[in-house]
Design a protein around this ligand. Structure first.
Ligand code: NAP
Length: 248
């Protein structure tokens, strides 16, 4: 049985990494997928083809999640093309790490805009149609760093902790309309981004994780399938930790 049959999902930042993993898993589970990216047009075109090969409808949109008006027009376009949006995954995110002593105002603002304001922009744009259809599942990508903090990541930690407060508030506001909102807090997920790191450091990170490995995009994608599907229809306002036991 496919868990997301007849569902339409909008996923931000799916040209690579975790977002791409979510898009592929959703297509396998029968969902049609609209996804966004910032600048990786070639990767987005390739993903669109790969998703379509699963027999579902798929389309990539170049859209900056940090811009309020862009989110509104994106949602209008997706609804015109796909008919509705059942699932929103706010996944787009960046890092601009530095110690607080050295961090610039610009790098603080940029991370907050792309990681946190984007969640407001997209969520605000989808809730009206979701309220009309009296259903919806919104999943926000936080991080272990948003729960625990991390030296050298004040901007990123603030954005990811902000997502947790936003998620719980949306769950409280929109529960009566059957709109659910949950967050995922991934730990160390091995993507192209982490491939660039020194192997010795990465091995030390793996050793410190109770399950003794970094996570894969599929690990996060599987949690998203559960939270997007009707299997989780009584779950809202929660943070699901996908971190191999890192915070235990
Ligand atoms: P990634 O490989 O760097 O991919 C980021 C994605 O977001 C790309 O598709 C990128 O598009 C897109 N993006 C960046 N800025 C955007 C913008 N302004 N508007 C729209 N899309 C934008 O990152 P990742 O590792 O997969 O992480 C995905 C999410 O999980 C992020 O929110 C991250 O904070 C979170 N997370 C990651 C980890 C980890 O260990 N990897 C752990 C915890 C949480 P382009 O390709 O066009 O640039």
């Amino acid at each position: 049985m496919k868990l997301l049959e007849n569902k339409i999902a909008l996923i931000t930042g799916a040209s690579r990494g975790i977002g791409r993993g979510i898009a592929l898993e959703f297509a396998k589970q029968g969902a049609s997928v609209a996804f966004t990216y910032n600048s990786s047009t070639e990767a987005a075109n390739a993903l669109e083809k790969e998703l379509s090969s699963h027999g579902i409808k798929a389309k990539g949109y170049q859209s900056n999640a940090a811009i309020f008006d862009a989110a509104q027009s994106l949602v209008d376009e997706v609804i015109k093309e796909f008919g509705k949006i059942d699932i929103l995954i706010n996944n787009a995110g960046i890092t601009k790490d530095n110690l607080l002593m050295r961090i610039s105002e610009e790098d603080f603002d940029k991370v907050i805009e792309i990681n946190l304001k984007s969640v407001f922009n997209l969520t605000k744009a989808v809730i009206r149609p979701m309220m009309k259809q009296r259903s919806g599942s919104i999943i926000n990508m936080s991080s272990v760093v948003g729960v625990k903090g991390n030296a050298g990541q004040t901007n990123y930690a603030a954005s990811k902790a902000g997502i947790l407060g936003f998620t719980k508030s949306v769950a409280l506001e929109l529960g009566s309309r059957n709109i659910r909102c949950n967050a995922i807090a991934p730990g160390f997920i091995e993507t192209e981004m982490t491939d660039k790191l020194d192997e010795k450091t990465v091995q030390e990170w793996r050793n410190a994780i109770p399950l003794k490995r970094g996570g894969k995009p599929e690990d996060v994608a599987n949690a998203c399938v559960f939270l997007a599907s009707d299997m989780s229809s009584y779950i809202t306002g929660q943070t699901m930790h996908v971190d191999g036991g890192m915070l235990t």
